[in-house]
Design a protein around this ligand. Structure first.
Ligand SMILES: Nc1ncnc2c1ncn2[C@@H]1O[C@H](COP(=O)(O)OP(=O)(O)OP(=O)(O)O)[C@@H](O)[C@H]1O
Ligand SMILES: [Mg+2]
Length: 155
């Protein structure tokens, strides 16, 4: 029987502060988390899904909000990716979830972002997605990835 490394460790929390137009931190938080998950022996598919969620959620904080915090909670059964930001909020979540919908400003689009694919991508890669938002205040995004059987094998 392979040993599940997380069974013997307490919940692990990673935390990153994301500032406005801090594109570097979005990529950096995804790669640092990837390294941690690799050290824990999680399989590549799970790691890839978590990294996509982190990158897209952090990019949304950076592009659309003023500032925020990104937390990754790792436990033996699931990984939670949470962003909490201060910003404009999302007036219509169903609309924001649609592929191709974006309010990204021109200068952000020029950099190659703003395809309106981040939230659909987060949805596709998570097992659960909860978005709480208040217009003029901010947004919290909680995405969960379950660590099903085989989550710890490198297959
Ligand atoms: N944290 C957030 N705060 C405020 N608005 C947000 C936030 N996240 C998403 N939105 C709104 O939802 C829209 C869709 O988000 P989504 O991530 O799908 O696309 P995008 O960020 O515009 O482009 P892409 O992710 O493809 O670069 C955004 O354009 C924005 O209007
Ligand atoms: Mg986005």
């Amino acid at each position: 029987m392979p040993v599940d490394p997380l069974q013997y460790t307490p919940k692990i929390t990673l935390e990153f502060k994301i500032g406005e137009k801090d594109f570097y931190m979005a990529g950096e938080s995804a790669s640092r988390t990837k390294r941690t998950l690799q050290q824990l022996g999680l399989n590549q598919e799970v790691i890839k899904r978590v990294a996509i969620i982190i990158y897209e959620a952090a990019m949304n904080v950076t592009i659309h909000a003023t500032k925020g915090v990104l937390k990754i909670l790792i436990d033996p059964n699931e990984i939670d990716v949470i962003t909490e930001d201060e910003g404009p909020g999302i007036p219509d979540i169903d609309l924001a979830m649609q592929e191709g919908y974006s309010t990204a400003p021109y200068e952000v689009r020029e950099m190659g972002f703003g395809a309106g694919m981040g939230l659909p991508n987060i949805k596709q890669n998570s097992d659960e997605l909860h978005i709480e938002t208040k217009v003029g205040v901010g947004t919290t995004v909680k995405a969960k990835v379950y660590l099903k059987e085989g989550g710890f094998t490198s297959a």
